[in-house]
Design a protein around this ligand. Structure first.
Ligand code: ATP
Length: 776
């Protein structure tokens, strides 16, 4: 992610308005909190416009200044606390004229709008009309020329808050992953009933024009079939669907059947495909006991997931930066995200592209509609199809290009490991490769030579893999032992099982293991095959990627823990919780969790802990508790990474705070430990596991027909698949500029340069810690 530079001195003190509009979405409160606090940090004032555009039109008490303390605790609250509405009045020019007058009367000259494409269109219309609205206000005698003079330029910045993820130009909208989490939780629960009774379930999810939620939930839950508005099934889909479901149940032995339907699902002639119609079809044609579950508004509710808290916070900060950096000529931006990079895109370009998709759907040009969606959407669609339809003969490779691909898990378990394996297996079976699971890591591989009766290298069937769709941990077993513990036997086993490629899922040990195998290629030809690492570790400390599978699951588990523990202190007690996070020598989890829960301070190994820091933080806490009054009072959180300091342990810090607080507040230490590995993987870890594992398989396929020496000569034959900024790519491990030499801090077991370090600033700015320290 691009470093976030905190502007501190704007040329002119600004009064920034913020509103939420359209359907509410989890994360909107995080965005408002970030806008308010970042604005105050930048010496501006923040005004909330209550009830969306309705508040702008009505003015008065519906536009109110928000102070630092007013947004305390908002990160964990669902919906939007400043209200949202669909305003008819704002659609009319007369309404917008009133809105302009109210803004000037309140002294607001910039507006951050968080909403869907309708809300952002409204914002752009408002900005385009602004000069004419001002002239009209003067002409009508509503305001004087002097009153209007300082407001010649109106800055608008958009934030996309919508659960549907229907805006073009951004990979994710604020709220979409929280909604996906609700859906997956519900489908996971339905799973158990479906399995027990061998039932079918048709589950309807939101999405009138956009099938993102339907597609992602179908991938995350291994649905048998799905219906999206933008990619209607081909004519004759009824037979196709019944065939696939019959095959899954009879040939593959699946006991449960799940069909996901977007509420806007339709056929190629734009006739609605309703959930009840599908249910009747499954009941009548297949005699399947089928039920319909319409998830409805439960998909909107609840607290924001970790990703939405992170996204809304960083985008809120970026929105204020954009306001302060805009010139009168610059087009209004909308804050977007591509992979891991927060960006700015011209607002109307994004809105227009979104409208173009809807227009193409209405014109029944579905392939065009699909092309206009973000490329990621098509990739996910193809990934789903790989798992759903494995017997398409057109997908099979010629015999000569089929490979024996070994899959191994190395290191500690992490959410998404099973899903990565499932994705790899699905792809292998679709293409005619043989997927071989190595059970229990490298010791498992070498077990053959210890005369064990059962080999630990086994071919995986689809039914095995399919059942891993929502399971946490590592089903095939993971192990920290490195190949160097017995390189000779490892090489023999590679030959014995005739591996053509090795797919390694795991954390820093997985990275180290492949590094060892790469270096051993000089001695052992068996290792001259593609050796590809897909990072999976809650610590997110693998060089070559900014995201590891399992880190999102861990963050979600941690924020649930922090929310609950903080709430325990909400009634009367003034309490600070010092919570110890895992992460080894990388402070990623502590920092990102700190951002997502609004921690007062985060202690990480990269920065260390010293007595001055603790003393300042205790003063800061004291001051914080004095100002902490009213409805939002709750416990405060300090996060300390397990390796942040050898001296200042979690308990020692908690004790010091207690001692120094002198009875004004108390302090407790809490260690969630292995709880952080999480239960079921988060939907983000599930879908990314699927997408990235398929990319890894495709990369491996690219080596077909190459000799061992040709493979070994290619730097990308030992590589890490990862997210870097706005790209998903493979980085070579060997060579002068490869990850091992150029980007790895081997002693501290983390990348030399960690992309997230800048986030420390954001945590400190939004908690007020930076300000407190500056005052000293
Ligand atoms: P969702 O994705 O949840 O539907 P949305 O922002 O697209 O959110 P809309 O109902 O389309 O929701 O728009 C919200 C509000 O934005 C409208 O009630 C209206 O006040 C304003 N708005 C939308 N389109 C326009 C427009 N063309 N001109 C002026 N105002 C508009």
């Amino acid at each position: 992610m691009e470093p976030i530079k905190i502007a501190t001195q704007p040329a002119k003190r600004r009064r920034i308005g913020v509103l939420t509009s359209g359907g509410d979405a989890p994360g909107m409160n995080g965005a408002v909190r970030a806008v308010v606090r970042m604005a105050i940090h930048c010496d501006c004032e923040a005004y909330a416009v209550f009830e969306g555009y309705e508040g702008l039109v009505n003015g008065g008490n519906m536009i109110r200044q928000l102070h630092w303390e007013d947004v305390r605790g908002w990160l964990s609250r669902g919906g939007t606390l400043i209200g949202s509405a669909r305003s008819k009045a704002f659609r009319e020019r007369a309404g917008r004229l009133k809105a302009a007058k109210n803004m000037i009367l309140k002294g607001i000259d910039a507006l951050v709008v968080c909403g869907g494409d309708g809300s952002l269109t409204g914002a752009d219309v408002f900005r385009a009309e602004w000069p004419a609205l001002l002239s009209d206000l003067i002409a009508a005698g509503e305001l004087s020329a002097e009153q209007v003079a300082p407001y010649k330029v109106l800055n608008i910045v958009g934030l996309v808050g919508s659960i549907d993820n229907d805006m073009s130009g951004t990979d994710a909208t604020i709220g979409c992953y929280s909604s996906l989490t609700r859906i997956c939780d519900a489908v996971d629960d339905v799973f158990d009933t479906a399995f027990s009774h061998q039932r079918g379930f048709v589950i309807e999810v939101m999405g009138r024009h956009c099938g993102w939620l339907a597609l992602m939930s179908a991938i995350s839950t291994g649905a048998d079939w799905m219906f999206l508005p933008e990619m209607p099934p081909k004519d004759g889909w009824e037979d196709d669907m019944c065939d696939v479901i019959t095959k899954n149940r009879t040939e593959r032995g699946k006991r449960r059947t799940i069909v996901i339907v977007a509420e806007g699902a339709q056929d190629r002639h734009l006739n609605k495909i309703s959930s009840s119609k599908i249910k009747d079809m499954l009941t009548d044609r297949l005699g399947l006991d089928t039920r319909v579950t319409i998830l409805g508004h439960t998909q909107r509710g609840g607290a924001a997931c970790a990703y939405d808290r992170w996204l809304s916070t960083l985008q809120g900060v970026e929105a204020v930066r954009a306001v302060l950096e805009m010139s009168p000529e610059s087009p209004s931006p909308v804050i977007t995200i591509r992979e891991n990079k927060i960006m700015r895109t011209p607002l109307m370009e994004a809105v227009q592209a979104t409208k173009d998709v809807s227009a193409k759907i209405e014109e029944m040009e579905f392939d065009e509609a699909m092309k206009l969606r973000d490329p990621e959407f098509k990739e996910y669609y193809n990934a789903y199809m790989t798992t759903a339809k494995q017997d398409d003969p057109r997908m099979l490779l010629p015999e000569s290009q089929r490979k024996r691909i070994a899959i191994i898990h190395v290191g500690a378990p992490a959410g998404g490991m099973n899903q990565a394996t499932r994705g790899a297996v699905a792809y292998c079976l679709t293409r005619g490769h043989t997927p071989l699971a190595i059970h229990n890591g490298f010791p498992g591989l070498c077990r053959h030579h210890a005369d064990q009766p059962v080999s630990s290298v086994r071919e995986v069937t689809w039914l095995d893999a399919d059942n891993w769709v929502n399971e946490g941990g590592s089903d095939i077993g993971t192990n920290r032992t490195l190949p160097s513990s017995d390189m000779e036997t490892t090489a023999k086993c590679f030959e014995l099982y005739k591996f053509d490629a090795l797919f390694v899922v795991g954390g820093f040990e997985a990275f180290t293991a492949v590094s060892e195998l790469r270096q051993a290629r000089e001695k052992y030809d068996a290792f001259k095959i593609p050796l590809i690492v897909l990072p999976a570790t809650i610590s997110n400390n693998v060089p070559g990627t900014e995201y590891s599978l399992g880190s999102d699951t861990c963050l979600n588990t941690l924020i649930e823990f922090c929310d609950a523990i903080r709430q325990s202190a909400s009634s009367s007690r003034r309490r600070v919780f010092v919570i110890e996070t895992q992460g080894g020598k990388s402070g990623y989890i502590a920092t990102t969790a700190g951002l997502a829960v609004g921690a007062v301070a985060v202690y990480i190994p990269e920065e260390g802990v010293d007595i001055k820091m603790l003393s300042r933080d205790i003063d800061f806490l004291r001051d914080n508790f004095i100002r902490d009054k009213g409805a939002n009072r709750a416990g405060k959180i300090i996060l300390r990474n397990e390796c942040a300091s050898g001296t200042y342990t979690t308990q020692v810090i908690a004790d010091m705070i207690k001692e120094e607080a002198k009875g004004r507040f108390e302090s407790r230490a809490a260690v969630p430990g292995h709880f952080q590995q999480g239960g079921k993987p988060s939907p983000m870890d599930r879908v990314r596991a699927m997408r990235m594992s398929i990319r890894c398989m495709q990369h491996i396929e690219g080596y077909a027909g190459k000799s061992p020496d040709e493979i070994a000569a290619d730097p990308l034959s030992t590589a890490v698949m990862g997210v870097k900024g706005s790209h998903v790519l493979f980085s070579p491990m060997g060579g002068e500029n490869g990850l091992e030499a150029a980007e790895t801090d081997w002693v501290r077991r983390r990348p030399k340069s960690e992309f997230w370090l800048e986030l420390q600033d954001v945590v400190n700015v939004l908690s007020g810690r930076t300000h407190a320290n500056k005052d000293e």
